[in-house]
Write a protein that binds this ligand. Structure first.
Ligand SMILES: [Zn+2]
Length: 411
């Protein structure tokens, strides 16, 4: 089964946007209420049998069941009789809100390091879902939403052929409302098989990536190049009264700025992925945990460049789309091995930009050297002969045939 998500901008009309805002408000109130209910239940089980807190205590009957998704969904149907405004929102959309909360809670208990779910402010609640769609809900430049009706969209690309729409999600961004359509197809696509040409890709520090085709690609520093403008906006924000109209306007301007930066970054990353796929049949990359990377020394760079999402999401997706073979490889010692003679040359310091082999005297950029190693390891992993010349190295440099970089790249 293949699942694709397409994003379209919704054509703004005042009435529709007011309706969407109202939808968001109602969904958010349901979310926060349900969260409070769960939290109170949890707190009530915390107090000790023999003594209560002097200040206050949550008291919920001992046999009251935990407000699970099932219980809360039932309670929601009851609540609609009491609070008719809840009926304004599609019933399944509200159920999805409860499911979202349920997932946040179960993730908290299952996944280590996951924070405790929190109450959502307006800024943190920006989307809602229609999990079930009406028949024939897609048309040229418009879609039909359950319980809302036809809305106009900017159809920036045609709907995929052979796919059926499964779900709509409405997302609020600084630049307006967007519609995400999840398309599904029951057909299966066999995984791509390794082809002839191979490319090793190494994520660098001073470069965004280095490839075994000897390409060093610099990171465009999307945010960092525009930090001055952002700082200016933030400074202006300081002088405004919090919550005032001008403050809100400026807040929106900052959000728009961030949205533009992230759009530009995404666009660049997709183009880069296509550019890499143009050159090769197989792509080999390091298996790195970019999450821990982005917390460490290279925090700002790696977050700004989006290296993690590029290597783990965008690149495999484009490879799949273009029928290229993609493989993650063991990263150990990839920067300590010589791509020419394959001997260990030891750890490099961070500021050491060149790989200079003391055994075969080859000089290459360190990131390109790692990408060449990755290419060689990848070829071995898929059972292809590796073209580098194996040379027995006895003493330092003795009897080592020196290869030019060209030999390595074409190997
Ligand atoms: Zn060497």
């Amino acid at each position: 089964m293949i699942v694709l998500t397409y994003r379209y901008k919704i054509k703004p009309t005042k009435q529709l946007f007011r309706q969407f805002d109202q939808y968001l408000d109602i969904c958010r109130s349901v979310y926060n209420f349900a969260h409070a209910e769960r939290k109170a239940w949890l707190e009530s089980r915390k107090s000790r049998m023999d003594c209560c807190s002097i200040l206050s205590e949550y008291i919920i009957a001992a046999d009251a069941p935990f407000p699970s998704y099932k219980n809360q969904a039932k309670a929601l149907t009851e609540a609609k009789k009491k609070f008719p405004h809840l009926k304004l929102v599609n019933a399944q959309t509200l159920q999805q809100v409860l499911k979202r909360l349920d997932k946040a809670w179960s993730d908290f208990f299952k996944i280590p390091d996951r924070g405790f779910p929190r109450f959502r402010s307006k800024n943190r609640f920006r989307s809602f879902v229609f999990p079930q769609l009406l028949k024939n809900c897609l048309d040229q430049r418009k879609v039909k939403l359950p319980s809302i009706g036809w809305i106009k969209i900017r159809q920036s690309r045609p709907y995929p052929i052979g796919f059926t729409p499964k779900q709509f999600q409405i997302v609020k961004k600084a630049s307006g409302y967007y519609l995400m359509i999840v398309f599904q197809s029951t057909e299966t696509v066999p995984d791509a098989l390794p082809g002839k040409k191979s490319l090793g890709i190494d994520a660098g520090i001073s470069n965004f990536i280095a490839t075994s085709n000897q390409e060093l690609i610099k990171s465009p520093k999307f945010l960092r190049s525009k930090l001055k403008k952002l700082k200016k906006l933030q400074l202006q924000l300081k002088n405004k009264t919090k919550g005032s109209n001008n403050w809100l306007k400026l807040q929106n301007k900052i959000a728009l700025f961030h949205e533009k930066v992230s759009n530009a970054r995404r666009d660049w990353l997709f183009k880069l992925a296509h550019h890499l796929c143009d050159q090769t049949d197989n792509i080999f990359i390091e298996d790195i945990n970019y999450k821990s990377w982005s917390k460490g020394l290279f925090r700002k760079q790696s977050l700004d460049s989006g290296i993690g999402s590029f290597m783990n999401e965008i690149l495999p997706f484009i490879c799949w789309k273009r029928n290229k073979f993609y493989l993650k490889l063991n990263k150990d010692y990839s920067s300590q091995e010589c791509p020419n003679c394959r001997l260990f040359t030891g750890k490099k310091l961070l500021n050491q930009r060149l790989h200079i082999c003391p055994y075969c005297n080859i000089e290459v950029d360190r990131d390109i050297a790692s990408s060449l190693i990755l290419k060689q390891r990848g070829k071995t992993a898929v059972g292809q002969p590796v073209g580098y010349k194996e040379i027995a190295c006895g003493e330092r440099g003795a009897g080592v045939e020196q290869l030019t970089l060209f030999d390595l790249v074409t190997a």
